[in-house]
Design a protein around this ligand. Structure first.
Ligand SMILES: [Zn+2]
Ligand SMILES: [Zn+2]
Length: 201
């Protein structure tokens, strides 16, 4: 089986040489190359992509978690010709998908409070990717568990409070808007999130 890789392209924090800005985007490589969200600014997104050696042509599709500027703003000014999957309620231009598998191993959770998350299946396990988790991280984890055993949770967790439950998963990467980032990063299973960082799964 091929290895899955998640690369943080856009985040509030960045590794040296990368640009940091409020927002989130990551690239998931798992059979296909899917860009999850675009951050708020296409220039910053493209700067970080270039630095990582990610060409726009190598991206098969873009998945937008929710229509907030810091997640979908980068779409403007991105000359991307592939499919852009957007939440059904959003006014964004793109393919509107309901809950379920929309590409092989790529599953969208149902939309809730304008946002949905991405579940990537790897055999019997799944990796969960969230934008801001306005849809509620507990709900997302509950949904994801229906598709497999959760091996990693990556993304913005917003004001999710029940952080102790995150200790149960092999890997947790709190990004972007996560209010309790400092506390979660102290967990043994946590890895810091920074633009330019690569997570091997
Ligand atoms: Zn956000
Ligand atoms: Zn948001």
């Amino acid at each position: 089986m091929h290895q899955m890789r998640v690369t943080i392209v856009y985040d509030n924090r960045a590794l040296p040489g990368f640009k940091a800005a409020w927002g989130f985007s990551c690239l998931i490589e798992h059979g296909m190359n899917i860009l999850f969200d675009t951050g708020g600014n296409a220039k910053i997104l493209r700067h970080n992509m270039e630095k990582l050696g990610i060409s726009l042509d190598a991206i098969d599709a873009i998945f937008i978690s929710h229509a907030h500027r810091d997640h979908a703003g980068g779409l403007k000014g991105l000359p991307f010709r592939g499919a852009v999957f957007v939440p059904p309620s959003s006014k964004l231009e793109g393919v509107k998908i309901e809950e379920g598998e929309f590409l092989p191993d790529f599953i969208a959770t149902g939309e809730r409070y304008g946002e949905r998350s991405l579940v990537v299946r790897d055999g019997n396990e799944v990796v969960v990717i969230t934008g801001c988790a306005h849809n509620g991280l507990e709900y997302v984890l509950h949904t994801a568990a229906e598709y497999g055993s959760i091996k990693a949770v990556i993304g913005g967790f917003h004001d999710f409070r029940d952080i102790a439950m995150l200790r149960h998963y092999p890997l947790v990467v709190p990004c972007h808007c996560t209010v309790h980032k400092r506390e979660i990063e102290r967990f043994e299973n946590a890895q810091p999130c920074r633009a330019g960082g690569v997570i091997h799964l």
